[in-house]
Ligand binder design. Structure first.
Ligand SMILES: Cc1cc2nc3c(=O)[nH]c(=O)nc-3n(C[C@H](O)[C@H](O)[C@H](O)COP(=O)(O)O)c2cc1C
Length: 324
């Protein structure tokens, strides 16, 4: 541990990356009147009374002199959708404020908009900290809004999701490999699908539609005029069969009609499908209402990645290929 030559800076950086932080942009006004600002995640709280915060600034920063000389600076805790702004203020030497709307804070310090929290600070102390200087400031004024923060974890931006205290995420180490555990992805996906879909099914059944029939109608509601072969290709991975008998049955019930071997929704079919889809969306709103906005974004983002990673090259319902 004391062997300095063995100290690997990259490994140290990676080790520090395990400490998950928010992301801030800290701004000030240089003596020549230019606005300065840098992305920083070294920010931390120090004291409640008086209210104080700190952060550290690399001595190589072009903004060093401005921060050393400025009496005031402002900390902006970034919101989840401010990744581009964070990237802009993480690049040295660019005109970081070009096109960015700012307000004037104490001492003319530029204040950014759309952040979770803004704190206007007055420098209390500056300390040497190796290749950084540590700035400690008293918070003179602040404002905040209840929106999701941007997170930085292991060198990458991340989103916060609440951890359920009732759910275990660690697979039981004594589970035999063959055991079907509650952490098995197949189980989690299937169960969440069946629980969600069982609520939608009630509405399809209200129109006398089986699962297969409802899926076929919803595929036609995205794009009308598909052949039996295309419909079968689309559903080949679901285990459902767009058989001639099922299509015939939908024609007899006047939900679809056939023309030149392509199938189209009738007015009745379209109305029924839209009603069921509207009910499904309302169920989605209820379910996702129990999550935060960014948890919903994370959940859908991960599901989309899973679909991409496991896709054997199936036709996608929204692709606009002829007869796709
Ligand atoms: C997520 C993130 C966190 C950062 N944290 C700090 C920090 O705490 N202190 C620092 O000096 N630089 C930090 N940087 C790097 C600066 O943002 C970067 O060097 C900036 O370009 C300096 O700008 P300047 O040279 O124009 O002053 C961070 C960068 C990123 C992407």
């Amino acid at each position: 541990m004391n062997d300095k030559t063995a100290f690997d800076p990259r490994a140290f950086r990676n080790a520090l990356g395990n400490f998950t932080t928010g992301v801030t942009i800290i701004t000030a006004r240089a003596a020549n009147g230019d606005p300065v600002g840098i992305t920083a995640n070294s920010f931390n709280s120090v004291s409640m009374d008086p209210p104080m915060v700190l952060w550290s600034l690399a001595k190589t920063s072009r903004s060093l002199q401005a921060f050393e000389q400025s009496e005031h600076w402002a900390v902006h805790i970034l919101s989840a959708d401010q990744e581009l702004l964070s990237n802009r203020f993480a690049k040295s030497g660019e005109d970081k404020f070009a096109g960015v709307e700012v307000e004037q804070g104490l001492g003319g310090v530029p204040l950014l908009n759309g952040c979770c929290t803004r704190m206007q600070c007055k420098t209390s102390f500056m300390y040497e900290g190796g290749d950084h200087i540590i700035l400690v400031g008293e918070v003179v004024d602040f404002d905040h809004q209840n929106i999701a923060p941007l997170v930085f974890q292991a060198g990458k931006y991340a989103l916060t999701t609440q951890k359920s205290s009732t759910v275990s995420f660690t697979p039981a180490s004594n589970d035999p490999d063959s055991s079907f555990s509650e952490n098995f992805l197949g189980y989690l996906l299937a169960r969440s699908h069946f629980q969600f879909y069982s609520q939608v099914r009630k509405f399809a059944l209200g129109y006398g539609l089986s699962d297969t029939e409802y899926f076929l109608l919803s595929a036609l509601s995205i794009k009308d005029g598909r052949s039996q072969a295309t419909l079968n290709r689309m559903f080949s991975y679901t285990g459902f069969d767009a058989s001639s008998a099922v299509l015939q049955h939908l024609c007899e019930k006047a939900f679809i009609h056939a023309c030149d071997e392509l199938y189209y929704l009738t007015e009745t079919g379209r109305t029924a499908t839209l009603h069921i889809i509207a009910a499904a969306k309302s169920i989605e709103t209820d379910v996702l209402g129990k999550f935060g906005y960014w948890e919903t974004v994370s959940l859908k983002n991960l599901l989309k990645q899973l679909i991409m990673q496991t896709d054997p090259g199936l036709a996608h319902p929204w692709e606009d290929r002829p007869d796709a």
